[in-house]
Every structure is written in structure tokens, then in C-alpha cells.
Design a protein around this ligand. Structure first.
Ligand code: UD1
Length: 429
């Protein structure tokens, strides 16, 4: 298994190109199941989760074509992929394929909407607390699907097609909103989704579905209205920049000091996180090319933050912020309100010398003067990258094990950081 070796203490200076968002790419690829025509996606990141989803879609009969690399192509520019679901040959998504990635469960919506049936294994993915699918099932039921749960599989049936309905989520759920949206676009009649997730990736998917001929209003607000249509056509869509990757590198620069342009990043996608980074003492400057982050000299200030659905501070940046606060001059508090148990990074950060107390869903972090390198590992994507951030500022050498978690969500992480002066390398095997 690959490891990443980091020798801390270097400032970061230069440019980091921000990739297309993983959390938009996955549902966009899944949306290809809704049409017989070709869906072309640009700015797709090179990630293990994308490859895994290609396998899952391939099993349903989707042809996935990836434009080959040509001489002179920039490695920093995302790939273009073409997906064609002309013939769906199988409406079952088996355990072996779905168990490694939770978002793959979302194929259930387009499959039942277009084919009238779907059988999808209960999902797996990051081990961050219980992550049920009851609200996704509720949304499908509201649109007329009959649901059975059998042998670890969810079976959804709508022999005469789905019909519009009112879905009121008791809790904001990104996956639930994607599911409701993808089911509603082909349902007969009007669907109203209340308390919808407002994450930018929902808006990006809704934009793409609209290009495909769907009738959607209100995406990006908590009330989305969908007029079902009889069929959808192909489209070409460019994936929006990854706000979690942006926030992660912004915190890395805040941690080490230096001056980095996060190219292609869009501030409005992560304003809450940028505000916290500024409060911690870094300078955040939006530019025409992206966002510049710099910090020189002065120490880090502590912050009090609670995670919340968009536009609040994202849970997917909670671990990275905690890494940053391990070096603040004072006491910080971070409350996790989205996922119970999303604190696996606490123990590992402690191996580097961090002082963190957990009390229920709140972590109290006493900033320390120095962190010291150590072997660490994590079982979740965002937790792994928090260890990288801490290691960049730790004295001596840190090895981060189980790098496959990072490869799921961060494209060319070590190259991007090394290009800005970090001492970081991948050790294969
Ligand atoms: C998505 C993101 C993930 C992010 C999360 C929250 C993708 C691929 N993943 O995950 O990176 O951390 O949003 O921003 O986009 N819940 C239920 N029942 C359900 C569904 C969810 O109780 O049926 C709960 C969850 O346990 C959690 C909360 O709702 O407490 C939010 O989860 P949700 O927004 O659905 O997360 P995901 O879509 O899985």
C-alpha cells in the first residue's frame, strides 16, 4: 500500500490548480443514466472514486469514453469524459461495486425513473458514523416507487413510471436531494422538494439536468420545483471547481505560511470557510484567476466553529480546520453537527503532539507551540488530508499510511504541494 512521506517546516509558495469537484462529478456521471444520448463532462478530476463509478456505470451498460492524453496537454486540466447509456443492460448495482462508495447508491433514482426498477446494494464508503439511506428511500416512495429491502439490497419498482409528489426532508441531505431531483425529472407531473440541500454541487447537477431538457426551478434554494418531462437529451457540461479541495489547500497555506494562488477557485463556493481562515489570521484575496491565500509572520488565532449545511461551514473541512487549530495561539472549539463520530482524526493528530479533548460532538483544541512528525493513518478521506496539513507544519518526518483514502478525493495531492515547496513524496508499495 502506498504511503506519503512529508518533512515539515517548509512554507508554501506558488500556484495550485483546483480540480473539478468530486462531489459534483459523481452525481453528474450518474445523471447519464437518465438519457439514451451522450453526456459529455469536462473538467473531470482524476480520482479513484471516478474510476470506481465508471465500473459501476459500466455494469449497467453505460459506455464511458475518456479522451486520450495528447502531446502538450496540461496535466492540470481536468479530463473530458463521454458517457452513453443508450442501452441499460442491468438494473442491479451489486454489493461488490457499491460497498466502497456511498454515492454510488444514488444510481437507484435514474434507474427506477427510466427503467421502472432498480436493485441497489446498501452503500459503504467512509466510516464516518451511521449514514443511513432512509430519506433517499422516503423521497422515492413519495414519487410512487414501491420499495422492498431484501438481503442487503434496496429494490425500487415503478412499473408505470414515477409521478410527481411533495417531498419534505426532515433534515438537510445532499444525497437525498440528488436522489429526489434525478427521480423527479422523469416523473409525471410536478414535484416540490422542501428543505432541499443548497450545496453548490446540487446547483451544478441541476444546471446540467436543465441542459438535458429538465424543467427545474429553485436549485440552490431550499425549495426546488421540478416539472417532469417525458425524456431527456444529451448535453455538455463542465464540472464546477472543488470547494473542499480549495478550502483544504487554503488551510495548508494558513498552517505553513507563504503565499499561494488557488487557481480556478471560486470564493462564493466556500465563503463561510474563507471567513474562518481569515479570522485565523491568513489573508484571503479573491482575484480574477482564483483565490490568493497568504500568511506571513504572525501566529494563528483560535476560532469557534460549528459545521452546518451549505452555506455554513462544511463538515468536509472540519478535520482540516482542526489540524490548523492545533497550532493556534489559544483554545478553539469545533462542533460537528452533520455526522456523529466524525472525529477519527483526533487520535491521529494527537500522535503528532496535538492537544484535543472530545466532549460529545465538540472538540476543544489547545494550540501547541510545535507538532512532531510520526507515522499516522486515517480511515476517512478528509481525516487523511488533515494529517497531511498537520505534517506540513510538524518538525521532522511524518508518514501517512493508507493513502488510498486520499486518492479517492484529492487529485495529484503530492505533486500540487511539492510544486509549492513542500517536502512531500509518495512511497509506493
Ligand atoms: C454528501 C457528500 C459528503 C458530505 C455530506 C454532507 C457527496 C458525494 N458526499 O454526503 O462529502 O460530507 O454530503 O455535506 O456529495 N441522513 C439520514 N438519512 C438519509 C440520508 C442522510 O439520516 O437517508 C443524514 C446523514 O447521516 C447525515 C446528514 O443526513 O447526518 C447529512 O448527510 P447527507 O447530506 O445525505 O450526506 P451524503 O449525501 O452522504
Amino acid at each position: 500500500m502506498d504511503r506519503i512521506r512529508i518533512v515539515g517546516g517548509q512554507k508554501l509558495n506558488g500556484t495550485i490548480p483546483i480540480s473539478g469537484a468530486k462531489n459534483a462529478t459523481l452525481p453528474l456521471m450518474i445523471a447519464s443514466l437518465l438519457t439514451e444520448d451522450r453526456l459529455v463532462l469536462e473538467n473531470v478530476p482524476r480520482l479513484a472514486d471516478v474510476i470506481q463509478l465508471q465500473r459501476i456505470l459500466g455494469n449497467h451498460g453505460v459506455d464511458v469514453m475518456i479522451a486520450g492524453k495528447r502531446a502538450g496537454d496540461e496535466p492540470n486540466i481536468g479530463r473530458t469524459i463521454e458517457l452513453s447509456a443508450k442501452h441499460i443492460v442491468d438494473t442491479t448495482a451489486p454489493y461488490e461495486l457499491v460497498s466502497t462508495m456511498r454515492a454510488s447508491f444514488w444510481v437507484i433514482a435514474p434507474l427506477v425513473a427510466r427503467m421502472g426498477e432498480a436493485k441497489v446494494s446498501m452503500p459503504g464508503g467512509c466510516t464516518i458514523g451511521t449514514r443511513p439511506v432512509d430519506l433517499l428511500i422516503m423521497a422515492l416512495e413519495k414519487l410512487g416507487a414501491q420499495i422492498e429491502i431484501e438481503g442487503g439490497y434496496v429494490i425500487a419498482r415503478a412499473k408505470n413510471g414515477l409521478r410527481g409528489g411533495d417531498i419534505n426532508f426532515p433534515k438537510v441531505t445532499v444525497g437525498g436531494t440528488h436522489t429526489a431531483l434525478m427521480a423527479a425529472v422523469l416523473a409525471k407531473g410536478t414535484t416540490v422538494i422542501e428543505n432541499a440541500a443548497r450545496e453548490p454541487e446540487i446547483t451544478d447537477v441541476a444546471d446540467c439536468l436543465t441542459k438535458m431538457g429538465a424543467k427545474i426551478t429553485g436549485a440552490g434554494t431550499s425549495r426546488i420545483v421540478v416539472e417532469g418531462v417525458a425524456g431527456l437529451n444529451g448535453a455538455r457540461h463542465s464540472v464546477l471547481p472543488d470547494r473542499i479541495e480549495t478550502g483544504t489547500y487554503a488551510m495548508a497555506v494558513a498552517m505553513t505560511g507563504g503565499d499561494v494562488l488557488l487557481q480556478h477557485a471560486r470564493p462564493e463556493l466556500l465563503q463561510a470557510a474563507l471567513d474562518v481562515i481569515a479570522q485565523a489570521g491568513a489573508t484571503v484575496t479573491p482575484t480574477n484567476e482564483g483565490i490568493r491565500i497568504s500568511r506571513n509572520g504572525s501566529g494563528l488565532k483560535p476560532v469557534d466553529v460549528a459545521t452546518a449545511p451549505f452555506p455554513g461551514f462544511p463538515t468536509d473541512l472540519q478535520a482540516q480546520l482542526m489540524a490548523l487549530m492545533t497550532r493556534a495561539e489559544g483554545t478553539s472549539h469545533i462542533t460537528e453537527t452533520i455526522f456523529e463520530n466524525r472525529f477519527m482524526h483526533v487520535q491521529e493528530l494527537a500522535r503528532l503532539g496535538a492537544q484535543i479533548q472530545l466532549n460529545g460532538d465538540t472538540a476543544t483544541i489547545e494550540g501547541v507551540k510545535r507538532l512532531k512528525g510520526a507515522p499516522v493513518m486515517a480511515t476517512d478521506l478528509r481525516a487523511s488530508v488533515s494529517l497531511v496539513i498537520a505534517a506540513l507544519a510538524a518538525e521532522g518526518e511524518t508518514t501517512v499510511n493508507r493513502v488510498y483514502h486520499l486518492d479517492r478525493g484529492f487529485e495529484r495531492l503530492e505533486q500540487k504541494l511539492a510544486a509549492c515547496g513542500a517536502m512531500i513524496e509518495r512511497i509506493s508499495g
